[in-house]
Structures are given as C-alpha cells and as structure tokens.
Unconditional design. Structure first.
Ligand SMILES: Cc1ncc(COP(=O)(O)O)c(C=O)c1O
Length: 470
C-alpha cells in the first residue's frame, strides 16, 4: 500500500526531537491521526500525587486520573517497592495447567471479600476490554454447559463503553468505535441510553423516562425471543459515553425485566469500582445485584495493568461439570494472574483500606459535585451531572430548549484545551467535559480544580462568542 500524499511533518516539531520521533513512529489510540501529525504530542514527563508535569515543565492538576484509573495518584514509593520486591522474588508465573502464585491467590480472596455479591471464582486478565471479552465467552460457555445453546445474545446500551477488542468493542455503544472496524459482531444489541437530559420527551419525568427505558429493553427482548438473550451489560454510571447518571429508579426497573426473562446482569465496574462513586462499587450506589462483574483500572490504580472477572459458584460448577468431556477450560492469557501485577493490586487495595479512601472519595465527591453545580447557570452549560468523584459538565449552544453545538464546532475539545492551558487535565467526550480526579485529591485541590475549570470555561465562552457559535 502506498500513501499518495505523505502527511507533512509539522515544521515546528524540531527534527530529531522526541515530539517529531513520536509523530514518526507511534500509532496513537483514540487520536485524530492527521491532526496529530501537525500538532504533535504533549509528552508527560513525571507525576506525583495529583499533579503531572509535561516535558516543557508545565504542571497540571490531574482531573481525569489518567484514563479514569490512577485512583491512588502517582508516584507511590510503597507500590514501587512491592513491584520491585515481587520482581526479584518471582517475576513471572502463569496460572495455566493448575500452576499458581501467592499474590494471585491472595488477590482473588480479597476481591471476593470486597464485592457486593456472592462471587465464587476470580479470573484475571490485563485490561477492561479483555475482561469484558472474557465475560461474553464465559456466558456463552455457561449456557452451552447448562444445555441452552440458543441463549447467547448480549444487550448493551447506546453510549455504553466496554472496551475496544472485537467483542467488547461490539458491546461499546458508540458509533466511532464501530465505524469502518466492521463492528458490532452478530448477537450484540444496543438498547436505549439512560440519559434523561438528552433523551427524555418534553415533560417526561425521570421516573417515566426510566420506565420507558425498561419498556424498550423488554420490547427488544421479546422481539429477539427471550430464549436467545443471555445477558445485559452495564456500567453503573456510563463513563466514556459522557458520564451519564441514570435516573434513580432505572436499575430497579431494568433488573425486574432481566429477572422476568432469566437474563444475567454483567456489571462493568471498570470505572465505577473501588470508590469512584463514593461507594466501594457502583452496584452499591445504584442497588444493582450483579450476576458477574468486571474490574480493572483502580484495581491497581494503574501502577500495572490488571483486570478481573468475578463469577458465581454456579457458573464455575457448570464449567467444572464439563471437564470430563471437554478437557481443559481452554481460556486464559499469558499474563492472567501475573504475580507482579497481582502483588501491586493487592497492596493498592490494602492502602485504599488503610486510608479509608472510599469514605474520603465520598466526602471530596460532595464538594466536587456541589462546586461544579455553581456552573449550572453559566450560559454555555446545559447539565452538570455525576456522583462521587465522577462528573460531567455538558456544554450547549442554548439551554432552553436544549440545543447542542454542531460536533464540527469542536467546542468541547476547545474547552479541554483551554482547561489544559489553565493547568488542568480534563477530557472532552463530545461537548461533555469529564472529571475523574485521583481519589486521594484533597479539599484545596478540589477548589483548585474548580478555579482552573472556571478559567477554561470563560476562555471557551469568549472564543465561542468570537466565532459567533451561539
Ligand atoms: C467501563 C469500561 N469498561 C471497559 C473499559 C476498557 O478498558 P481497557 O481500556 O483497559 O481495555 C473501559 C475503559 O475506559 C471502561 O471505561
């Protein structure tokens, strides 16, 4: 394949600089590839606590915990020591063919004790995406094992995010992750997004809207035939789809439908797990009764990659029953139960307990949510939403009636950049600015975050007016 017009390197990227070498060699995930060639990267150089410095020495308050993951903040010596010690003692061992290692055993035990449902076994992976791929495979394997091979479809939600691999990318309900990748695969369906603000009919209450979402789900199940639908997957709060907090009665109504048709609830706690919502798990914040659960990200505070899938004993029993005729349970990764990742994750969870981090996150979350709502009347702000230390501020062209900006206006992206200029890292999901600071953030730092966001928002407002976008 030849590229007819090679993309020109931006002449401001000094030849041989790290930035120029990045542009030359690195294929960046979730990046506008053509723009990146001219703009080049912002290179992170070091980080400590809730602050990060780029290669020009500029300091930022980390308002996104990396990619929703650095719960304990950056640069902890104790976690570095645990990793180094484990590397020296046993740098690798697999869990295949019945081998095991102490950190994985202890971590599995700890996770089972923490989650708010009766988990029987823990399967380890390295990312949220592979955890959700594993979820699908386990549910298919389970339904085959218990003699209902036709019950295989999985329902996800529009605007849900569950990863990017072939199955988890299909579960993701955002068109950008499907377009031109030939996704979703067959057997994965997407039901309504539970966002009252953007989806409700005029005058529809959150309760009525939640009932309509549950009715949509039931209609889909009946249309597909309940005997063919195996599971429903949900993040308690939808993260990458725009920090969408469903109405209070939503999950009770959804779970009633799932129960009626014997459909499992896969709880994707990859963002919400480990204190993010001010509760240990999002399931507790929303009274969800999971059948299985995926965790990653804050499981290790991103010091090392690790994920886990938790399943009930009944599923394990059905798998084990098939051992005689199938032989090995033939699923697993080279790095399932990597002892260094597991040791770091275990210590990470212990530190969270020692710091009473979930209570701290709840307290800081109240301040963050209250202070962000001070922007609710700002002419650019349509909705402020969130729970705990997870929040979204949606920018609109006009508040009443709600009128979004055209995607091509790039208002959210401008605002994220303006916040960066002000020394705050946030992420724009379309025109929603997402906030997800490390859970260790203190009160002064929450106020600092708000001040910096205020500056970014004002700069955006000035730009929007100058461009005559409102
Ligand atoms: C809820 C949720 N599930 C799954 C994933 C995928 O995780 P990973 O990027 O580690 O594959 C993400 C990533 O942001 C996520 O937010």
């Amino acid at each position: 394949m030849t590229l007819e017009t090679p993309l020109p390197l931006h002449n401001e990227l000094a030849a041989g600089s790290l930035a120029a070498r990045d542009v030359e060699h690195v294929l960046h995930p979730s990046t506008h590839l053509k723009n990146h060639v001219s703009s080049g990267p912002t290179i992170s150089a070091r980080a400590e606590g809730v602050y990060l410095w780029d290669s020009n020495g500029k300091q930022y308050l980390e308002g996104m915990a990396g990619l929703w993951c650095t719960a304990l903040g950056y640069g902890r010596e104790d976690l570095a020591d645990v990793a180094a010690e484990q590397m020296r003692k046993l740098s690798y061992s697999q869990l295949f063919a019945g081998r095991s290692n102490e950190p994985s055993i202890l971590l599995a035990e700890k996770l089972k004790a923490m989650v708010p449902f009766d988990a029987g076994k823990v399967f380890f992976g390295v990312s949220g995406s592979d955890a959700n791929d594993t979820q699908l495979k386990l549910i298919w394997y389970y339904n085959n094992a218990i003699g209902r091979p036709q019950k295989k479809k999985v329902i996800s939600r529009i605007r849900g995010y569950h990863g990017v691999t072939v199955a988890s990318g299909s579960l993701t309900g955002l068109p950008a992750f499907h377009n031109e990748f030939d996704l979703p695969i067959n057997g994965i369906l997407h039901t309504s997004s539970p966002h009252h603000y953007s989806e409700a009919h005029p005058g529809e209450t959150p309760e009525d809207f939640a009932s309509r979402c549950a009715d949509d789900l039931e209609a889909m199940i009946l249309r597909e035939d309940p005997d063919t639908v195996a599971a429903f997957i949900a993040e308690p709060i939808l993260g990458a789809g725009g920090v969408v907090v469903p109405p209070p009665t939503y999950y009770a109504k959804i779970q009633a439908v799932l129960k009626k048709y014997d459909i499992l609830f896969i709880d994707d706690e990859v963002i919400c797990g480990f204190g993010r919502t001010g509760h240990a798990f999002g399931a507790e914040a929303f009274a969800i009764q999971p059948d299985t659960m995926s965790v990653a990200k804050a499981l290790s505070s991103a010091y090392l990659p690790i994920s886990a899938v938790l399943i009930p004993d009944a599923m394990f029993a059905a798998f084990a029953e098939r051992s005689n005729d199938l032989g090995n349970f033939a699923h697993g990764f080279t790095y399932s139960g990597h002892p260094v990742c597991a040791a770091v994750a275990l210590r990470n969870l212990e530190i969270m307990e020692e710091l009473s981090l979930f209570t701290h996150a709840r307290q800081m979350g109240i301040i963050l949510q209250t202070r962000l709502r001070e922007f609710a009347e700002h002419p650019l702000v349509g909705e402020v939403r969130g729970e705990g230390l997870l929040a979204g501020v949606e920018l609109v062209k006009q508040q009443q009636p709600r009128t979004p900006f055209a995607a091509s206006d790039g208002v959210g992206a401008y605002c994220a950049k303006a916040c960066e200029e002000a020394g705050l890292i946030v992420r724009n999901l379309g025109d929603t600015l997402a906030f997800c600071p490390p859970l260790i953030i203190n009160e002064d730092q929450v106020h600092e975050l708000i001040d910096k966001f205020g500056r970014g928002l004002e700069a955006t407002y000035a730009w929007v007016r100058k461009q005559s976008l409102t």
